[in-house]
Design a protein around this ligand. Sequence first.
Ligand SMILES: CC(C)(COP(=O)(O)OP(=O)(O)OC[C@H]1O[C@@H](n2cnc3c(N)ncnc32)[C@H](O)[C@@H]1OP(=O)(O)O)[C@@H](O)C(=O)NCCC(=O)NCCS
Length: 181
Amino acid sequence: MRYPLTFLTKQQDRVVIRPVRTGDLDSLLTFVNAFAKEHTYMMISGLTFTRAQEKIYLESACKAKRKHEKIHLIALAGRKIVASAEVRRQPARKNHVGVIGVAVAKQWRGRGIGKKLMQLLIDEATLLGLRLLILESFEENIGAIGLYEKMGFRIAGVVPGMFHYQSGYQGCVIMYRPLPV
Ligand SMILES: CC(C)(COP(=O)(O)OP(=O)(O)OC[C@H]1O[C@@H](n2cnc3c(N)ncnc32)[C@H](O)[C@@H]1OP(=O)(O)O)[C@@H](O)C(=O)NCCC(=O)NCCS
């Protein structure tokens, strides 16, 4: 894929999409910690990441990209990261499988960025030679599940009570999408 890539949102905001680099450390830390503070359907909700932790993550993400094990894309509005998306190749007998994750900053949702990033991840995964994409969603995250279905994902099943959410538990929807060989 050719990066950086310019994308116009539904509201005609100009967003630049490209793979993350080590120089993105501070903007990625700001993005991830803002996201973690938000009470939403994300695994990282409630956590706080230090600069040192994020540096380790970022270096390993860049190394994994060089080894064709992972693509982590970011969307930037000016210098600010407004969305992040990744596909991770799984090891060993799941070496043909990629796990996907997408996150769009609150103020930037509903503008087409999540959908665009999903399409790019599917294209990147195909280029990596993956044969199957997998993702997990909170059962009540109807909007995200709707987006994934639009992008060709199907529901494999629901694991009851897998996520701790608010004062209770909720199911984990496992979705999959075969890729063209
Ligand atoms: C889920 C998330 C990634 C989606 O990104 P986004 O940029 O807001 O989504 P988009 O604006 O690209 O819109 C997604 C598509 O899903 C569709 N969609 C939204 N809600 C839907 C619903 N309830 N049913 C069906 N489709 C729905 C939209 O109509 C849109 O399709 P369209 O452009 O053809 O109309 C983003 O909202 C987010 O980060 N949310 C918080 C964290 C999260 O829940 N992450 C997912 C964890 S599994």
